[in-house]
Design a protein around this ligand. Structure first.
Ligand code: SAM
Length: 391
C-alpha cells in the first residue's frame, strides 16, 4: 500500500520537446543545405553579412570561435576561410553533425576544430570565445530569451555574439505560404510526398529570389512543414534580453543608428536601448517585403501591424495544434487588413497581399500556384544582430 502511494507520488517528467532537433532527427534531415558550387560567391555573401554585423575578417585570424547549431555546416566553410585558431561547433542533430564534420574536414586549413554532439542548453566549458555564432536557432526555442543569454555567456568579455531573430511581420509571407501548404499537402500525407507536392507548388515562388542559395526542398521542409514549436523572437526582444550584458553592434539588414556623442556613452547609458528599439519599431514594416526600403515611421504606428501579423501567425499554428480552425474567409479578411495598413508605404506588398486574399478564398488545391504578385512577396525572414558582450 505504502509502496503504491510512493510510486504514485513519483512523477516522471514528460520528455522535453526539443525544437528543431526532434523533427530533424525523426526525418533524418538537416534542411539548411546551400548550393556553394560557386564558392567565391558564397564567401562574398558571408563577408557582406559579417561587414554588416561589424565583424572584420582580419580580426578573426588567430581567434577562437564557437558556433551553436551549425546545421549543414555550409556557413562554417566561410568561417574556416578566415583562419581562426580554434573553432568549436555544437549541434545535437546527427545529420547536422555528419554534414558539418565532412565540410570542416574538407575546408579546414590550420584551424584546431572540434564538432561536438551536445544540446546547446547543456553545453558547458570553462573556455570563453572571441566570437559566438548562433544562426537560425534562437527563434522558436521554448524560451528564446534564456537561450540567448546562455549563448552570449559563452563569449569572452569584449567578445562578440551573433544571433538571428524572426518576428511575425518578417515571416508573414512565409506563414501565408504555410497556410496554403496545410491545404495543398495536409499532415496526413507521408512526409516525402508532402515535400514533393510542396516543392513543385512553391518552386515558381522561390525562382523569383535571384540569389537564393538554399535547396528548394529544404525551404519546404523547414518552413512549410517543420512544426515551429517555440516562440518567435524579434530584434527588439533580443536587445532587451541582453540589456546590461551586451551592447548592439551591427545588424543585417543594417538600420540601427546612434547619434549620441561617444563621450556621453558610459556607465548605464552604455546599455540605453531607446534609440535601437525606436529604430526597430520605426522600420519593421520594411521586414514584410525584402524589396522594401520605405521611409521610417513613428515607432508606435507600426504596433497594429505587429499585432495583426502576430495574430495571423498564432491562428495558422493553432490549426496544426488542433485548436480553432482558421477559415479561408477569415484569413482572407485579415490579409486584406494588412494590405490596407501597408498600402501607402509598400504598394507592391499590398498588391501581393490583396491577390493572396482574393485567391485563398477559392483555392483549388490541385491546380498550380495561381499567384503572379504574391509569388514575389518574401519577407526579411530572419534578421541578424551582433552584440559586444560586457567587458
Ligand atoms: C535551422 S538550423 C540552422 C543551421 C545553420 N546555423 C544555418 O543558419 O543555416 C538549426 C540547427 O541548430 C540545431 N539545434 C537547434 N536547437 C538545438 C539545441 N537546443 N541543441 C543543439 N542543437 C540545436 C539543429 O539541429 C540544426 O542543426
Amino acid at each position: 500500500m505504502l509502496m503504491a502511494r510512493r510510486l504514485r507520488s513519483l512523477k516522471c517528467a514528460p520528455p522535453r520537446p526539443r525544437p528543431f532537433v526532434d523533427f530533424y532527427m525523426k526525418h533524418g534531415v538537416i534542411p539548411t543545405r546551400q548550393d556553394i558550387s560557386n564558392l567565391p560567391r558564397h564567401l562574398d555573401r558571408r563577408s557582406a553579412l559579417y561587414r554588416s554585423l561589424g565583424i572584420i575578417p582580419s580580426y578573426l585570424r588567430g581567434c577562437s570561435i564557437l558556433e551553436f547549431g551549425p546545421g549543414s555546416g555550409h556557413n562554417a566553410v566561410h568561417t574556416l576561410s578566415l583562419d581562426p585558431k580554434r573553432y568549436v561547433l555544437v549541434d545535437a542533430n546527427q545529420a547536422s553533425l555528419k554534414s558539418s564534420r565532412q565540410l570542416v574536414a574538407q575546408h579546414r586549413r590550420k584551424t584546431d576544430c572540434q564538432v561536438v554532439d551536445c544540446e546547446i542548453e547543456s553545453f558547458t566549458t570553462r573556455e570563453r570565445f572571441d566570437l559566438v555564432l548562433c544562426e537560425g536557432v534562437v527563434p522558436t526555442q521554448i524560451n528564446p530569451a534564456q537561450f540567448t543569454r546562455k549563448v552570449a555567456h559563452m563569449a569572452k568579455p569584449g567578445g562578440v555574439v551573433v544571433i538571428t531573430c524572426m518576428d511575425p511581420v518578417s515571416v508573414l509571407p512565409e506563414i501565408l505560404r504555410r497556410y496554403l501548404a496545410q491545404q495543398i499537402a495536409p499532415a496526413e500525407l507521408p512526409f516525402a510526398e508532402r515535400v514533393k507536392i510542396l516543392t513543385r507548388y512553391f518552386l515558381p515562388h522561390m525562382r523569383t529570389l535571384k540569389n537564393m542559395s538554399r535547396k528548394p526542398e529544404d525551404w519546404v521542409i523547414d518552413v512549410a512543414i517543420h512544426p515551429w514549436s517555440g516562440r518567435l523572437f524579434s530584434m527588439a526582444t533580443a536587445m532587451k534580453a541582453l540589456q546590461g550584458r551586451a551592447v548592439p553592434l551591427g545588424s543585417s539588414p543594417k538600420f540601427l543608428t546612434d547619434w549620441r556623442w561617444y563621450k556621453d556613452i558610459h556607465g548605464v547609458s552604455t546599455y540605453d536601448l531607446k534609440q535601437p528599439l525606436d529604430d526597430y519599431h520605426s522600420h519593421v514594416h520594411n521586414f514584410l517585403d525584402f524589396r522594401s526600403e520605405a521611409r521610417s515611421k513613428k515607432p508606435s504606428s507600426n504596433l497594429p501591424l505587429i499585432r495583426l501579423a502576430g495574430d495571423i501567425y498564432d491562428r495558422v499554428y493553432t490549426v496544426e495544434r488542433k485548436g480553432k480552425p482558421y477559415p479561408r474567409t477569415k484569413i482572407s479578411q485579415d490579409v486584406q487588413k494588412v494590405a490596407r495598413m501597408v498600402e501607402a508605404d509598400i504598394p507592391e506588398a499590398a498588391q501581393a497581399l490583396r491577390e493572396y486574399a482574393a485567391h485563398v478564398k477559392n483555392l483549388q488545391v490541385t491546380k498550380p500556384s495561381p499567384f503572379r504578385h504574391f509569388q514575389k512577396l518574401w519577407g526579411r525572414g530572419q534578421q541578424y544582430i551582433s552584440f559586444v558582450v560586457e567587458e
